[in-house]
Design a protein around this ligand. Structure first.
Ligand code: BGC
Length: 363
């Protein structure tokens, strides 16, 4: 709205704008929603709840998209390693794609060697979501919802899922997840943005500095399934309790780094699971001056250093993505929890509501 004081009018959130982004092979229309608030610009697809672009200013006020992604629906359908997507019904791996609950064994869709990864072959990242815009006082956002059928990808129970993506007046991107079921099941929802705070296509993130509020992590076997007991990070390349460059220790001759081709592990957050989001991680890019601060209610965080990007994908700015060109910080319950009785439970029963929240603050 133009007025005598345009700067005042232009502050605050803009109502989400919807446009046609493309179509699936069967003709289903995929929409893109654009919203802006507090200096952050977000573009979200109805396909996979994908964050297609997230722009923030650098220290000189120049905007850049700090998340990896594509320009077309086809690219997301055919070649995406979960860029920006909502992940469910179970984020990360379930060993041998199998778990037993209340005496019944469930066989899941296996899509990562012998294991099930990120909900199976057709996880929530490949579903078309219902999207509704909202404004809430000074905040703007989108509700994304879908119902996952009983038996989808092998999981028991009809799961009704509602996710809110909110841009706050401070420019934070907040995610609130909610789910209910009609039969006992397991749930572990997350988002899979690949961050490059220098801007998507800006090269390696090995100079980014990361701090993780975690004294322990869960070591894995060759299939990246946790072996059980968490281990102390002290004295290992996994110690990010003080800000450290991603690349500082990534070439250490360490069996855990060899298994994952870098970092691809779950850190056990010192705060544990909480009702309100509490600080979990800070990522800083010295070149642009951008900082991302993550708070979550979740007890764990998967730090994945983009190890499997291999130069075969061309991103939205036309640059190819190579190993280490981005990193993921996925808030979560621990991998393989359904088979690990000592881990915080991921079981959801009828009458209960699954809730999880993560806040991404930018400076
Ligand atoms: C996993 C990686 C996997 C990647 C898929 C991450 O969450 O931990 O092992 O390769 O997702 O792109």
């Amino acid at each position: 709205m133009a007025g005598p004081f345009p700067f005042l009018w232009e502050k605050g959130g803009t109502s989400p704008v919807k446009e046609l982004f493309g179509k699936l092979a069967d003709g289903t229309e995929i929409h893109r929603w654009s919203l802006e608030n507090g200096g952050t610009r977000l573009k979200v697809l109805s396909y996979g709840g994908i964050v297609q672009s997230l722009e923030t200013p650098d220290r000189d006020g120049r905007y850049a998209n700090v998340s990896l992604g594509f320009d077309t629906v086809e690219d997301y359908v055919t070649g995406s390693p979960y860029f920006g997507a909502l992940i469910g019904r179970y984020g990360n791996r379930i060993g041998a794609g199998r778990f037993t609950l209340d005496g019944e064994t469930y066989e899941l869709s296996v899509n990562d060697g012998a294991n099930s990864l990120h909900g199976g072959a057709d996880g929530f990242d490949r579903a078309v979501w219902d999207v509704e815009p909202f404004t809430d006082g000074p905040d703007v956002g989108l509700y994304l919802s879908r119902t996952s059928a009983d038996g989808e990808m092998g999981y028991p129970g009809t799961l009704a899922v509602k996710v809110a993506y909110t841009l706050t007046e401070r420019g934070e991107w907040r995610i609130d997840y909610e789910a209910t079921t009609d039969r006992a099941t397991v749930v572990n929802l997350t988002n899979h943005v690949y961050w490059n705070l220098a801007g998507e296509g800006g090269g390696s993130v090995h100079e980014h500095r990361l701090t993780l509020a975690a004294s322990r992590f869960t070591p894995v076997d060759a299939g990246l399934i946790p072996t059980g007991e968490p281990a102390e990070v002290a004295g290992t390349p996994f110690d990010f309790r003080r800000a450290k460059a991603i690349g500082a220790d990534i070439r250490e001759n360490d069996q855990q780094l060899l298994y994952a081709k870098g970092f691809d592990h779950n850190w056990v957050l010192d705060k544990g699971g909480t009702t309100e989001p509490e600080w979990a991680a800070t990522l800083t890019d010295p070149s642009s001056g951008r900082t991302l601060r993550i708070s979550t209610t979740e007890p764990g965080l998967q730090f994945y250093s983009g190890n499997f990007l291999d130069g075969t994908l061309v991103g939205s700015s036309g640059k190819i993505y190579r190993q280490g060109d981005a990193l993921c910080l996925e808030t979560q319950h621990f991998p393989d929890s359904p088979n690990q009785p000592t881990y915080p439970s991921t079981v959801l029963r009828p009458g209960e509501t699954y809730r999880s929240a993560t806040v991404h603050a930018f400076e």
